[in-house]
Design a protein around this ligand. Structure first.
Ligand code: ADP
Ligand code: MG
Length: 396
């Protein structure tokens, strides 16, 4: 982190962390805490309840991961800490980040529980007596009801992506889980935005929470250049291919709105010689994990996906995000393009826009407070700058 203003007051070394954690942070290549880490880690380590609002890509996982690992009693083999995440992919990713953070504390055992994976596999994980559980709410509740996971010794509960979790209709499940945990717990919520549901849960279950808000500044906002390419329904697919051919993007995520559209686009692209895999909610969980892992490892360069992959997922070096369809919710635009420009790298986002979608886009841009650059393909399939979308559509 070069910008002086961004330097938090303290570094990892001044945070009173164990040498195992410092070693892990060093191995992960982090020299300075991000602002949300600088603020949250000391406060969580003092035992306060926290509600932290920070933009996506600012390092929230490590912000709660470090205090959780510092808190654990290695001699107690009961479940002590629970992290809830809204999607399976995110739960898996948090589990991986926690494994990295605990690389030098071999006694730490982490289980990741989510729907769609065989219960038997998860029972094996639970038999190993994990102290930390990362779970989606439904599956957590399932194990509680089966008696295969007991939360009576839990002292720390973290809800990641709280806004999304509550919006997805998990409110009841989340409340049941919170209520199964002893009241003297530390309860921390992380969110990219706040909403009424988040505030209600906080009011109901948190004790004098410390509020930490990290504003989206120019520095910690992911650097993403946004482009809009006006097109037509008939030309959209060709324009997508022109776009992919116009540059050597290492890793690209292409978003569609429907599972069916996702599957069809991926198949069509594969037939045309583009290496893609599809990721959507109808694909079996084991395959979804395989696809995600393959994409992260660079086994194939293009992921065609629905919004299951929009939230919280962190893949290094996604160079471009393409909206093949415009998302139906403003926030999803933000989360989709937030898959690029992570960890302060520069990213680009393209939206292929049909005329009928232009009103929708105006709403999104108003919400984003951003001004994209308009591009268009000329007859030779070359991208040219364009004054604005209006001018383009008027000339059609
Ligand atoms: P968020 O949950 O806020 O969206 P993540 O926890 O997914 O963000 O982190 C985003 C990226 O930043 C990850 O690749 C993570 O490894 C990286 N990261 C986290 N902490 C630091 C740090 N202190 N310095 C550099 N990179 C970091
Ligand atoms: Mg996150």
């Amino acid at each position: 982190m070069s910008d002086k203003e961004l330097q938090p007051l303290i570094g990892f070394k001044q945070m009173d962390l164990s040498k195992e954690i410092l070693q892990a942070v060093d191995k992960m290549g982090f020299s300075q805490p991000t602002p949300v880490q600088g603020k949250t880690i000391p406060i969580m380590m003092e035992g306060h309840d926290v509600i932290a609002i920070a933009p996506t890509g600012t390092g929230k996982t490590v912000a709660f991961g470090i205090p959780m690992l510092e808190y654990i009693s290695l001699t107690d083999s009961r479940i002590q800490e629970v992290i809830l995440a809204p999607t399976r992919e995110l739960a898996v990713q948090i589990g991986q980040e926690m494994e990295k953070l605990s690389a030098f504390i071999p006694e730490v055992r982490i289980a990741v529980l989510y729907g769609g994976q065989p219960i038997s596999k998860q029972l094996n994980q639970l038999k190993k007596k994990p102290q930390i559980i990362v779970a989606t709410p439904g599956r957590m509740l399932d194990h509680m009801q089966r008696g295969t996971a007991r939360l009576s010794a839990v002292h720390t509960l973290v809800i990641d992506e709280a806004d999304e979790m509550l919006k997805m209709g998990f409110v009841k499940d989340v409340c049941k889980i919170i209520e199964a945990i002893p009241p003297a717990r530390q309860f921390v919520m992380f969110s990219a935005t706040t909403n009424q549901d988040v505030m209600t849960i906080s009011w109901k279950y948190q004790h004098e929470p410390v509020e930490i808000t990290i504003p989206a500044t120019k520095e910690n906002k992911p650097q993403i250049t946004q482009y809009v390419i006006p097109t037509t329904r008939e030309e959209k697919y060709d324009h997508l291919l022109y776009l992919l051919d116009s540059d050597e993007f290492g890793r690209v995520m292409i978003f569609t709105n429907t599972k069916d559209g996702c599957r069809r686009l991926s198949e069509k692209m594969n037939k045309a010689g583009y290496q893609t895999e599809a990721l959507h909610g109808d694909i079996p969980q084991s395959k979804r994990n395989q696809v995600m892992a393959g994409f992260k490892r660079g086994k194939f360069p293009m992921l065609v996906c629905t919004d299951v992959a929009a939230r919280g997922i962190d893949v290094d070096d996604v160079e471009a995000v393409i909206n093949y369809d415009l998302p139906t919710e403003n926030e999803y635009y933000l989360h989709r393009i937030g898959r690029t420009g992570r960890a302060r790298k520069h990213g680009v986002a393209f939206t292929l826009l049909c005329f009928t979608e232009s009103v929708r886009l105006d709403e999104i841009l108003k919400y984003m407070e951003s001004k994209p650059t308009y591009l268009k393909f000329d007859d030779m399939g070359t991208l040219r700058f364009q004054e604005s979308g209006d001018a383009f559509f008027e000339n059609m």
